[in-house]
Design a protein around this ligand. Structure first.
Ligand code: ATP
Length: 449
């Protein structure tokens, strides 16, 4: 990356392609804006010249007026494109990690920017109405007065449309990013993907800490429907594997494939719609328990919500509350314990029925009994689901420090310093007495004695 690119990224959050698009968009917008007064100017020139013998003075005044309008239009369009370019481009997760993009400044920006976006939208509407009415009036008036005037008026029309078209195309790029940081086009193909996952020689470091290699030549293949566990010491890179799968970040080298396709080629929304994530600190909204679970699948019925809650071992607790599923959980679920929050988050994810289920210390706050119930519910997902309920198998990746959580996984991947150091089933890994896993297991089971 050269210095110029770094400058644009750091100071403006822009890539060079965005700068180019901003310039093209602004010029096209200005061109489109200027063509409107030009259009009027032509009509006025011909109209005045037709009716007045000495029309030079009037034409001069008209042309000055319309040129000023044109310049103003160019200026506002440049501002508009600059706004979209600067504020909304290149917003990967790393962007949010910068100190200047903290929650406070983003909140204030959202409040002010919403008003600006609203203005831009109403501005757009007024331009559309203005264009249609000016075309209609100009055509009717000039055709009634003199058909030659109509011809001249129509002759400048293509400039107007071409300018507007280029402007629309260039602005579309920004609006695409504005939604979900997408550059891949959104397809209507939202069919379920099979959760076959492959990491191919992935090297990764966090953008704000480029000197630390977090994953080094990480390669792993996971068949659809398998339950894979990632274990290892703190800082080994387990959560980073999850973050890469969700495309919170992209690898520096190597590829990640889902269902045989590089995840960069998926539409981001589609990709994430197929993945369920439960983290150690689940995010709950300040609304009812029902709507927090319902968030996983807004088409779910009441009975499906209850079913998911039962599987997540939280139904009994919810039913014991005076307001049941209508109980409001408070800001970030502050009126619930850590374990209750985790179980609600698990119910939400089960309702989503994802192709890939990512559990990052998702049961760490639960007592042994609750965890056992949930883990067995998760284990039975692939066996219990009828074809209608679960169109295909769910691939699970579980990150856990407590080995009892993952000992029934099909494959346990032991990581250390960003690399895979051991891999196999619980029984094989325990049998390797000098192995990392075996040592961890001894420590957890017998306190190292
Ligand atoms: N957003 C970040 N920016 C910079 N470095 C990070 C970021 N997140 C994690 N790291 C670093 O990346 C390395 C791997 O972290 P990661 O969270 O993947 O490890 P982990 O194995 O999941 O650890 P734990 O078991 O403690 O959760 C650590 O050295 C950590 O300090």
């Amino acid at each position: 990356m050269n210095r110029r690119t770094i400058f644009f990224r750091i100071w403006f959050g822009l890539k060079e392609g965005d700068i180019l698009r901003t310039v093209i968009g602004s010029v096209a917008a200005g061109f489109s804006g200027i063509s409107k007064p030009l259009f009027g100017f032509f009509i006025m020139t011909i109209g005045v010249a037709y009716y007045e013998k000495d029309a030079k003075q009037k034409v001069g005044r008209f042309s000055l007026f319309f040129s000023l309008v044109g310049l103003f239009s160019l200026f506002t369009h440049i501002l508009q494109h600059y706004f979209f370019g600067v504020v909304y481009c290149g917003m990967k997760l790393a962007w949010f990690e910068k100190p200047e993009n903290n929650a406070g400044s983003l909140t204030s920006r959202i409040i002010t920017d919403t008003a600006v976006v609203k203005t831009i939208i109403s501005d757009r509407m007024s331009v559309i109405v203005q264009c249609i009415s000016s075309i209609l009036i100009a055509t009717i008036v000039s055709a009634v007065v003199n058909w030659r005037m109509a011809l001249v008026a129509w002759a400048v029309m293509p400039c107007h449309f071409i300018g507007g078209y280029i402007q629309a195309i260039s602005a579309k790029g920004f609006s695409g990013k504005l939604k979900l940081n997408l550059n891949t086009p959104e397809t209507s193909d939202f069919r379920r993907i099979e959760g076959e996952i492959e990491f191919q020689n992935v090297k990764f470091n966090y953008p704000l800490r480029p000197e630390v290699t977090v994953l080094n030549n990480f390669s792993l293949q996971i068949e659809p429907g398998l339950k894979v566990a990632l274990v290892g010491p703190s800082g080994a890179g387990k959560s980073s594997v999850i973050a890469l799968l969700l495309r919170f970040y992209d690898p520096r080298e190597g590829r990640i494939l889902i269902h045989g396709k590089d995840i960069k080629e998926y539409n981001l929304r589609r990709l994430r719609s197929q993945i369920g994530l439960v983290q150690q600190e689940p995010l709950l909204f300040s609304s009812s328990i029902r709507s927090n679970i319902y968030y996983g699948n807004d088409k779910a019925s009441e009975s499906e919500i209850v079913e998911a809650s039962k599987k997540a071992n939280i139904h009994e607790f919810i039913s014991s509350l005076p307001d049941g599923y209508d109980t409001v959980v408070g800001e970030k679920g502050c009126q619930l314990s850590g374990g209750q929050k985790q179980r609600i988050a698990i119910a939400r994810t089960l309702l989503k029925k994802p192709a890939i289920l990512l559990l990052d210390e998702a049961t760490s706050a639960l007592d042994g009994e609750s965890e056992r119930v949930i883990v067995s519910a998760l284990e039975s997902l692939n066996q219990k689901g009828s074809r209608e309920e679960l169109p295909s198998r769910i691939t699970q990746i579980t990150v856990a420090h407590r080995l009892s959580t993952v000992m029934n996984s099909d494959t346990i991947v032991v990581m250390d310093k960003g690399e895979i150091v051991e891999m196999g089933s619980h029984s094989t890994l325990v049998a390797a007495s000098q192995g990392v896993y075996s040592r961890l297991y001894q420590l957890q089971s017998f306190g190292g004695n």
